[in-house]
Design a protein around this ligand. Structure first.
Ligand SMILES: *[C@@H]1O[C@H](CO)[C@@H](O)[C@H](O)[C@H]1NC(C)=O
Ligand SMILES: *[C@@H]1O[C@H](CO)[C@@H](O)[C@H](O)[C@H]1NC(C)=O
Ligand SMILES: *[C@@H]1O[C@H](CO)[C@@H](O)[C@H](O)[C@H]1NC(C)=O
Ligand SMILES: *[C@@H]1O[C@H](CO)[C@@H](O)[C@H](O)[C@H]1NC(C)=O
Ligand SMILES: *[C@@H]1O[C@H](CO)[C@@H](O)[C@H](O)[C@H]1NC(C)=O
Ligand SMILES: *[C@@H]1O[C@H](CO)[C@@H](O)[C@H](O)[C@H]1NC(C)=O
Ligand SMILES: *[C@@H]1O[C@H](CO)[C@@H](O)[C@H](O)[C@H]1NC(C)=O
Ligand SMILES: *[C@@H]1O[C@H](CO)[C@@H](O)[C@H](O)[C@H]1NC(C)=O
Ligand SMILES: *[C@@H]1O[C@H](CO)[C@@H](O)[C@H](O)[C@H]1NC(C)=O
Ligand SMILES: *[C@@H]1O[C@H](CO)[C@@H](O)[C@H](O)[C@H]1NC(C)=O
Ligand SMILES: *[C@@H]1O[C@H](CO)[C@@H](O)[C@H](O)[C@H]1NC(C)=O
Ligand SMILES: *[C@@H]1O[C@H](CO)[C@@H](O)[C@H](O)[C@H]1NC(C)=O
Length: 398
């Protein structure tokens, strides 16, 4: 076994060193497909090259996991495709574990000053996973790409298709931008593209996601615990669960923060939600703070719930009354949100009893129900401000 591996390794080195050029003392290495698992040569190139180029027309077949953490001044010029071989028994046993919601991944990419760009494709080969998940609801399905402890990173001009799970997880990162990303999950069977979130941000600061087109089956972008200073702009989200804060406050003893978020110029179509904030209440759950969140210039089309605060998330009315949410929500703006809902209720701002939401602003909301049906705006346990307050009438109290 050992000899076999070393010999392969030797040939990988030979293969890619033949393709090295050097610019300003930094090696640029061009990879070609090996015909077998390309993970070893990709890792070897990453370990010794400043730039790894995957040329147009080349598909790397990744059959074993990629740990590319603690990199520095590293660029991946992806013009071709990185394909994640759907060897389900291998990945369920060997994908990297992520300490959040039992997630796992094919690929950890992290370190300082990282670029992934080039117009190429990450292909998660999701169909095999969608079909397997349909018969095994506890299947661990990998996230395509986790930026892990990355700082000053850019992911630009990349296509991502058919992730088995979330497309992107941003874990403990600082100053990361994603731009010009086309992301799409499509199932060719009757089995759903479950949990194919576009981006989930966790314990990260200064993150930008912009100028991208998303077609998926779960959150377009979600701000999970400890997401701060986030800009999301110019996204076209189709088929998703919208742009979401949370859910927060799920775990007892854990304090979750989501602060300083601007989501602006967003189109959302055929989705469950538009702009949403959700937090747990009840006994034995966690706590937290949601502060300074602005949802602005949203255009929705055929969206089930265009504007949502749910501060009794997955909590019965009785439990929410007895144990109001300890995730405080304040300084929230829903500004300039227009379009059509799929039902007549177009906004539900439902806070826990006991004044747990403050300074919630609604301005320039112009939503209609399907086929022009008169819209209903609902609210509970909250004093709203802004020029759209009259649409809501008196909020109910619990
Ligand atoms: C990828 O590599 C694996 C392992 O070598 C192989 O079983 C599989 O057929 C390859 N897939 C493609 C599409 O080349
Ligand atoms: C990934 O590589 C880094 C740096 O070499 C190492 O510290 C870390 O333990 C590895 N992670 C896993 C999950 O193997
Ligand atoms: C993670 O998986 C374990 C074992 O399957 C399970 O007990 C636990 O509830 C899961 N945690 C979450 C957050 O889903
Ligand atoms: C379902 O998936 C889980 C987790 O990946 C695995 O442990 C289990 O063996 C699978 N069950 C079946 C029936 O394949
Ligand atoms: C953020 O990262 C980008 C690279 O994506 C870099 O150009 C910029 O200088 C960084 N900003 C800060 C404040 O470090
Ligand atoms: C994304 O889609 C747009 C519009 O179809 C296209 O112009 C752009 O080149 C695509 N980008 C990538 C990275 O595939
Ligand atoms: C966060 O962004 C601000 C404003 O651009 C910048 O001043 C600060 O250095 C950034 N912090 C980090 C850790 O990237
Ligand atoms: C948008 O989503 C709908 C519903 O999921 C789907 O039928 C349609 O093909 C999607 N459109 C695009 C452009 O992906
Ligand atoms: C979020 O940050 C706060 C303050 O630093 C910390 O107390 C809390 O444990 C963090 N929560 C999570 C989920 O990391
Ligand atoms: C509120 O968040 C926005 C967007 O991140 C930021 O520009 C602004 O400075 C924040 N306001 C305060 C008072 O922190
Ligand atoms: C409201 O949003 C629409 C759609 O994004 C945009 O065209 C319009 O300029 C915005 N209005 C203002 C006053 O910003
Ligand atoms: C609404 O404002 C009134 C007057 O300031 C206050 O007494 C009440 O507690 C507030 N209600 C909520 C749900 O915040």
């Amino acid at each position: 076994m050992h000899f076999h591996f070393s010999l392969n390794w030797f040939f990988y080195l030979l293969a890619y060193f033949a393709l090295v050029t050097s610019v300003n003392g930094r090696n640029i290495c061009r990879l070609t497909a090996s015909g077998g698992d390309d993970a070893p040569q990709f890792l070897a190139a990453a370990a010794s090259c400043g730039t790894v180029t995957i040329p147009e027309g080349t598909t790397l077949n990744i059959s074993t996991r990629l740990n590319m953490t603690a990199m520095s001044n590293f660029k991946i010029d992806l013009q071709g495709t990185i394909f994640f071989n759907p060897d389900i028994p291998y990945w369920t046993g060997n994908a990297f574990q992520i300490p959040f919601q039992n997630q796992s991944t094919f690929w950890l990419l992290g370190g300082d000053n990282i670029v992934l760009s080039g117009g190429g494709t990450l292909d998660g080969a999701g169909q095999a996973w969608y079909d397997a998940f349909a018969v095994n609801a506890s299947l661990f399905r990998p996230v395509i790409l986790v930026l892990n402890e990355a700082s000053n990173a850019l992911v630009d001009n990349i296509r991502m298709v058919n992730s088995p799970e979330f497309f992107n997880f941003v874990n403990e990162c600082q100053n990361v931008t994603y731009s010009n990303i086309n992301l799409s999950a499509v199932s060719t069977s009757d089995n759903f593209i479950a949990n194919t979130d576009g981006w989930d941000i966790y314990r990260s600061n200064n993150i930008t996601i912009k100028d991208s087109i998303i077609n998926n089956g779960d959150d377009c972008v979600a701000f999970k615990p400890n997401s701060t200073n986030i800009l999301v702009s110019n996204l076209n989200c189709n088929g998703s669960h919208g742009i979401s804060v949370g859910s927060l406050g799920e775990f007892e003893g854990v304090f979750d923060i989501v602060q300083n978020v601007l989501a602006i110029d967003i189109q959302i179509a055929n989705a469950e939600n538009g702009a949403r904030i959700k937090a747990f209440a009840g006994s034995g759950v966690g706590s937290g703070m949601v502060q300074n969140i602005t949802y602005q210039n949203f255009v929705v089309s055929n969206v089930d719930s265009p504007v949502v605060i749910d501060q009794c998330y997955e909590t019965t009315t009785a439990a929410c009354e007895e144990f109001p949410s300890n995730v405080i929500i304040q300084d929230v703006f829903f500004n300039n949100i227009s379009g059509t809902g799929s039902s007549s209720t177009v906004a539900t701002l439902d806070c826990s009893p006991d004044a747990r939401c403050t300074d919630i602003n609604v301005n320039n909301l112009s939503l209609t129900g399907p086929n022009g049906a008169a819209p209903k705006y609902e609210c509970q346990n909250v004093n709203l401000t802004g020029n759209a307050v009259s649409l809501f009438g008196d909020c109910t109290t619990d």
